[in-house]
Design a protein around this ligand. Structure first.
Ligand SMILES: NC(=O)c1ccc[n+]([C@@H]2O[C@H](COP(=O)([O-])OP(=O)(O)OC[C@H]3O[C@@H](n4cnc5c(N)ncnc54)[C@H](OP(=O)(O)O)[C@@H]3O)[C@@H](O)[C@H]2O)c1
Length: 343
């Protein structure tokens, strides 16, 4: 059966990043797009990606989301936009606050305006748990990005449908704790643990991107789809990493919670639960406060949430064996063949 993405032109901003590459890979594997446009700033990452994806349907465009002219050019004739480009490292966003605002907020507004101007059918904004009850600037800018995207359905009536997908940590992406632990074990045989009882949502990149298509198809406009991710304590992550990559001498040091970090992450806040539904299939959905009767009706068959909020503390905790299996599958991506030797 034909899929929504078949025979279409798809623009992926931040396409050379961790999510972008996996999204590209799965689109090519599962569907038959006419063209995928990868939009990002760094030529080196594009050259590498071109080598890794030698598919003539992929076109690379150098551009910044802050530059509306190039975005307009990139969106010409595009059917769908997946907006992934962001500054996402918490400390970098804190230290370069205005840059984070320009990319994550101003850049997102540019996406909205260029999409409307080019009659794009659907825009998917990828957001994060850090946007919920935001505690650092990265989260604040992503929360603003979400609001701009969700409100665009109401503020700019147009042919374009806007939606968000919120997810927690995807294992192995740059800057996340797992590659950091791996690097620390390799270099110094020591890992620095912030707080063992800290919890984080965790999912494989493959699984998270697999969920993106489900929400993309279902969206009617204005929804924030929330991935039902399981979580793990940092203690467990450290234990599994040491078992997989370390030895009896691997040291675990405690450095305490860093500025801007929460003990537990949240994917749906207390205030949002009233507008949330349990889709039962890997997702919750949060409807916008302006939801029309029709939008509400289309989700009325789904149950309201029975939990007061959805956090990495009250979600399902991964079993140690499950986490070990996921890490074994994911880690060769950034560890080369090392895991094959230790397992
Ligand atoms: N990683 C996670 O665990 C996670 C979890 C939840 C949500 N998310 C969200 O998912 C999205 C992708 O995350 P990721 O982990 O794939 O990030 P990533 O690996 O750091 O990739 C970021 C991408 O954005 C591009 N980019 C950055 N600034 C840009 C700009 N001003 N204009 C155009 N392109 C720009 C980067 O390329 P250049 O630097 O070359 O431009 C790169 O392609 C982000 O929006 C993030 O908030 C990630």
């Amino acid at each position: 059966m034909a899929h929504l993405l078949d025979n279409t032109i798809i623009l992926i901003t931040g396409g050379t990043g961790a999510w972008g590459r996996e999204l590209t890979r799965q689109i090519l594997e599962r569907f038959s797009p006419k063209e995928i446009r990868i939009y990002s700033r760094g030529e080196h990452a594009q050259v590498e990606m071109r080598r890794a994806f030698p598919d003539p349907r992929i076109k690379f465009i150098i551009g910044d989301v802050r530059d509306k002219n190039i975005l307009n050019f990139a969106m010409r004739g595009a059917d769908y936009v997946f907006h992934l480009a962001a500054l996402k490292h918490v400390p970098i966003c804190e230290d370069n606050s205005w840059e984070a605002v320009l990319t994550n907020i101003y850049g997102t507004q540019n996406i909205i305006e260029a999409a409307i101007q080019n009659n794009v059918k659907k825009v998917v904004d990828i957001s994060t748990d850090k946007a919920v009850e935001a505690y650092n600037l990265y989260g604040v800018t992503k929360a603003c990005g979400e609001k701009l995207v969700i409100n665009a359905n109401k503020n700019y009536p147009s042919a374009t449908t806007f939606m968000c997908i919120r997810g927690g940590n995807v294992i192995g992406t740059t800057g996340s704790v797992i590659p950091l632990f791996a690097e620390q074990i390799r270099k110094n045989n020591k890992i620095t643990l912030t707080d063992g009882s800290m919890t984080r949502f965790l999912m494989s990149t493959r699984e998270a991107i697999g969920l993106v298509f489900q929400a993309f198809e279902a969206a009617k406009g204005g929804e924030v789809f929330v991935m039902k991710m399981p979580s793990a304590t940092m203690d467990m992550v450290a234990r599994v990493m040491v078992r997989l990559l370390g030895d009896s001498k691997t040291a675990v040091g405690n450095i305490g919670v860093r500025p801007g970090e929460k003990m537990h992450e949240m994917l749906i806040s207390k205030n949002e639960t009233v507008m949330a539904k349990d889709l039962g299939n890997g997702y919750f959905v949060i409807l916008p406060h302006y939801a029309s009767k029709e939008l509400k009706a289309s989700y009325s068959k789904y149950k309201n949430l029975t939990i007061p909020y959805f956090s990495s503390q009250n979600t399902r905790c991964l079993k140690e064996k499950e986490l070990t299996d996921i890490l074994q599958k994911e880690m060769p991506v950034f560890l080369g063949q090392k895991l094959a030797q230790v397992t």
